[in-house]
Write a protein that binds this ligand. Structure first.
Ligand code: NAD
Ligand code: TDX
Length: 342
């Protein structure tokens, strides 16, 4: 394994990025971390307040700002020059992309382009964080799962912008020889996830005295993975992955939305029918499912946190004990949903 000395983590103040920074700080204290994050509605500096100050350089800025990005590679940041980029920064929420796709095209497509160009100029290893949504969806009764061979077929403005960014990364590898890898992961859950997303929204609705909201009949299926397992998979690919390759990441966690909601209600001591049905998402994907055979057999990565009930309990506890963290976002998020009929 090639352990980087200094990584640039874009979007490190968001949900998965912050969990990844914590994971690296815990497991690789000798690796310096520079976080580049614009602190949009989805990012919080305080998500990184526990990271040792001498291991972290925090830069507030936009990945589309080419001169700023360039300065990270020419200036003196951290003990050694940046030798790898782990690119999380994105607009990440499907419902927002349906209201206004512009920031998704800007950050997810143009922003990725700016980072690729910097990585190319400075010959820096590049790992791109992507999603299973680029493959579109599966029927509920389809025996297949997504593999690295599945055709791209994105449904929403969000997933189309992520698909575009994946194509840019592949092109920069093939055309310029950029040392790039891509991971496409399924739905993550865990601490620091914004209250707009399905699991945190329902937990915090219950905590705030609002009835949980289920889109349509709740039959859509998501393949849930603990964010901790996603983080270990990213590190495995970054340090051991074959250059130019794509790896799918998942942990056999398929569940329907209504099952997940009923689990949350039960674990929080509520009646199983204590929720509202609301408008379904226009064009909403029916089912995602990941076949993670490639990363498991080629790189020996395996998920560790596969007990979803336990993971859900820990996540509920985290939101119970971090009211100050999520409460400031709650009213605006619910107001936006109300206008969408969600
Ligand atoms: P998030 O919305 O919680 O965090 C995104 C972060 O990026 C925020 O800190 C935000 O401030 C920052 N950001 C946004 N625009 C920026 C810009 N122009 N410049 C700099 N920083 C900017 O997202 P997340 O759920 O943590 O997702 C992270 C990545 O993982 C995304 O690329 C997403 O597509 C991918 N992904 C997410 C999931 C999931 O289940 N959440 C699953 C698979 C892949
Ligand atoms: O209140 C809700 N009620 C509900 O039933 C919300 C917010 C969602 N849903 C449904 C819609 C989806 O079928 O739950 C499912 C999950 O919704 P999201 O949390 O919005 O996630 P999803 O659209 O599946 O996308 C997520 O996983 C892939 C992340 O947000 C993406 O960034 C990632 O790429």
């Amino acid at each position: 394994a090639i352990i980087p000395q200094h990584i640039l983590v874009t979007g490190g103040a968001g949900f998965i990025g912050a969990n990844f920074v914590h994971w690296v700080a815990r497991n690789h204290p000798a690796t310096h971390i520079t976080v580049l994050d614009a602190l949009t509605y989805a990012g919080k500096r305080e998500n990184l307040s526990e990271i040792p100050a001498n291991q972290l350089t925090f830069v507030r800025g936009d990945i589309c700002d080419a001169p700023l990005v360039e300065s990270l590679f020419t200036g003196t940041f951290g003990p050694t020059p940046i030798d790898a980029i782990v690119h999380f920064a994105a607009e990440s929420h499907n419902d927002n992309s349906i209201l206004d796709a512009a920031p998704f095209l800007r950050t997810n497509v143009t922003g990725t382009y700016v980072l690729l160009e910097a990585a190319r100029r400075h010959d820096v290893r590049f790992h791109h964080i992507s999603t299973d949504e680029v493959y579109g969806d599966l029927a509920l009764d389809d025996p297949h799962k997504f593999t690295e061979q599945s055709p791209y077929n994105p449904s929403s403005p969000y997933s189309a912008s992520k698909a575009a960014s994946d194509h840019l990364v592949r092109a920069w590898h093939r055309t310029y020889g950029l040392r790039a890898t891509i991971s496409n992961c399924s739905n993550n859950y865990g601490p620091y996830q914004h209250v707009e997303k399905f699991i945190p929204r329902q937990i915090t609705n219950i905590l705030a005295g609002i009835r949980p909201k289920l889109y349509g009949q709740g039959l859509a299926v998501r393949d849930w993975i603990s964010v901790e397992d996603h983080c270990s998979a990213i590190w495995t690919i970054l340090t051991q992955g074959r250059i130019g390759e794509t790896y799918l990441v998942g942990s056999n966690g398929e569940r329907s939305n209504i099952d997940v909601l009923r689990m949350i209600l039960a674990r929080m001591g509520r009646d199983p029918d204590d929720f509202d049905h609301v408008n379904d998402r226009p064009g909403g994907d029916v089912r995602y499912a990941i076949d993670a055979t490639k990363i498991e057999t080629e790189l020996g990565w395996h998920p560790k946190y596969t007990n979803f009930s336990t993971g859900l309990d820990e996540t509920i506890d985290w939101y119970r004990t971090h009211t100050d963290w999520w409460m400031p976002d709650k009213t605006a998020t619910e107001e936006k949903y109300r206008r969408q009929g969600h």
